[in-house]
Design a protein around this ligand. Structure first.
Ligand SMILES: Nc1ncnc2c1ncn2[C@@H]1O[C@H](COP(=O)(O)OP(=O)(O)O)[C@@H](O)[C@H]1O
Ligand SMILES: [Mg+2]
Length: 280
């Protein structure tokens, strides 16, 4: 199905995701060459969603690792079920369990997303989301994992992926990632959609919205994105704004539902002061 970038575009559109030509090509290449794909872009441009859409379109399982500050191997790869280990120990002591419990075996292993993706039987999309939130050490660990698709768990041995997952990494670019990681990946910057594509996205994501509201909202969002704001509206905000105006009914002004699109007080004040929504 994903035999070329047009095929990718159609398959993603079938899942309600409208990709631009660059992104479709990048997804095709990542899949065809078996390379991880690093997606960077502002919040709300569709980085997370495209991984979901790829998984759904290809019938692959989606495994998501949400990165955060301080994330470590035990949250990302595996952990040991300490309460269960303790219970087993106690049972053994009381003579009601096995005499000699092996505490470091599969029974007490907790699979976290990365291990789940490595051990998955069928095709898998591994989404490593917002990797810019993790620290350097974790990035180095990921780099190793992405080189061999194998990890060693000291107590258990080495786990190697039978079938390599398609890996999508995303970054909101709150910091630069290391060159070494970038060298492993294909790279694609995702921009806000142009108004034509954003209108098309609105039709798919918010079918109950009239053309008039959709066009006003898309034009206004484009104007907002030209302003210096703390938080630029993403595609999700466009959809939310259009839905809110539709709920308010005939005669609703853009300003009436500003809270659906701008979530920082100073941004709202600035936009009002500058009259960016004038006439809407
Ligand atoms: N190209 C697109 N086609 C359809 N929906 C999109 C597209 N881009 C973004 N969206 C919608 O916008 C919202 C935000 O996208 P998301 O993937 O969460 O952004 P990011 O991960 O880049 O912050 C999602 O609800 C998604 O459905
Ligand atoms: Mg995201």
């Amino acid at each position: 199905m994903l035999t070329n970038s047009d095929g990718v575009r159609e398959a993603l559109a079938g899942q309600g995701y409208l990709a631009g030509p660059d992104l479709a090509t990048a997804v095709f290449l990542a899949q065809d060459l078996g390379l991880p794909l690093l997606l960077e872009g502002e919040a709300g441009v569709g980085k997370t969603e495209v991984a979901r859409a790829i998984a759904a379109a290809t019938g692959a399982a989606l495994v998501r690792l949400q990165c955060h500050e301080g994330i470590d191997v035990h949250q990302a790869l595996y952990d040991w079920d300490h309460p269960r280990q303790l219970l087993a120990l106690r049972a053994a002591e009381l003579g009601s369990g096995e005499a000699d419990v092996d505490l470091w075996c599969e029974r007490f292993l907790l699979e976290r997303p990365l291990l789940r993706a490595l051990r998955a039987e069928g095709p898998t999309v591994l989404l490593i989301d917002e990797i810019d939130r993790a620290d350097d050490a974790f990035e180095a660990f990921l780099l190793e994992l992405l080189s061999d698709f194998a990890v060693t768990i000291p107590e258990l041995g080495t786990v190697t992926a039978a079938q390599r997952p398609l890996v999508i990494l995303t970054s909101n670019r709150t910091r630069e990632l290391h060159d070494a990681l970038k060298r492993r990946c294909l790279y694609q910057w995702i921009d806000y959609p142009d108004p034509v594509r954003e209108l098309a996205i609105l039709r798919v994501r918010a079918p109950g919205v009239t053309d008039d509201v959709a066009e006003r909202v898309v034009a206004a969002v484009a104007r907002l994105r030209e302003q210096e704001l703390y938080k630029q509206p993403g595609v999700g905000e466009t959809v939310a704004w259009a839905r809110a105006l539709t709920a308010l009914g005939d005669g609703a002004r853009l300003d009436d539902a500003l809270g659906a699109v701008l979530k920082v007080r100073e941004d709202q004040e600035r936009v009002r002061a500058l009259g960016v929504l004038a006439g809407g």
